[in-house]
Design a protein around this ligand. Structure first.
Ligand code: SAM
Length: 188
């Protein structure tokens, strides 16, 4: 595998849901562009393993309830959140068993009938690096353009995630599967 080769998607236009109708929102991998925090603000508990990601968003005025924490072992009690968002964060967690552990932790922290809202890239390439180019449209009209670059040495597809969500006991609600990314809503 040549780590210097890369696969880059064309620009993906992605409309984000208005999650602020939920009260307590857990956002996993909340750094980057801070998309969930920009929408849900004080309703969001934004978890990131890297404090520098959080600090950067704070300097840009993006705020929520930040927590520096490894999503494989969440610093929250059982059954507390109405919604858990994982938006283009699992692609940053390379090992399959770590991805599954994060999903399991989200399930633990969600209340009964709580919703998991997962959006992520279809990473299935023989290149060393995978880059998803995206333009996000937020419910208030804000536009966020970004590129998420990760290791291509992983296989993360909709089918793979769907299988694991079912194994973990989530019930499917809605899905939207595109060539380069997907959106899954399911219930605890
Ligand atoms: C680039 S962001 C993904 C997009 C982000 N949700 C947004 O709104 O733009 C991915 C984040 O996941 C974080 N991350 C990676 N592994 C993690 C883990 N085990 N626990 C928590 N956060 C993690 C990274 O530090 C990074 O900030």
């Amino acid at each position: 595998m040549d780590r210097m080769t890369r696969f880059e998607t064309p620009l993906q236009i992605i409309e984000l849901d208005n999650i602020s109708r939920f009260n307590n929102i857990l956002d996993i991998g909340a750094g980057g562009e801070g998309l969930a925090a920009r929408i849900g603000k004080e309703r969001v508990y934004g978890v990131d393993i890297r404090i520098d990601e959080i600090r950067e968003l704070q300097t840009k005025g993006v705020n929520c309830n930040w927590a520096v924490c490894d999503a494989r072992k969440l610093c929250f009690r059982n059954d507390v959140f109405d919604l858990a968002t994982i938006w283009f964060s699992l692609m940053y967690i390379k090992r399959a068993e770590d991805k599954v552990q994060v999903l399991n932790e989200c399930k633990r922290a969600l209340r009964k009938d709580g919703v998991l809202h997962l959006m992520d890239a279809q990473v299935d390439t023989d290149k060393g690096v995978f880059i998803l180019n995206a333009r996000f449209k937020l419910p208030d009209g804000q536009i966020v353009d970004t590129g998420y670059g990760v290791s291509g040495q992983q296989k993360q597809t909709f089918e793979w995630l769907q299988t694991h969500l079912i194994e973990l006991g989530f019930k499917a609600v809605e899905q939207d599967v595109r060539k380069h990314w997907f959106r899954i809503l399911c219930r605890k």
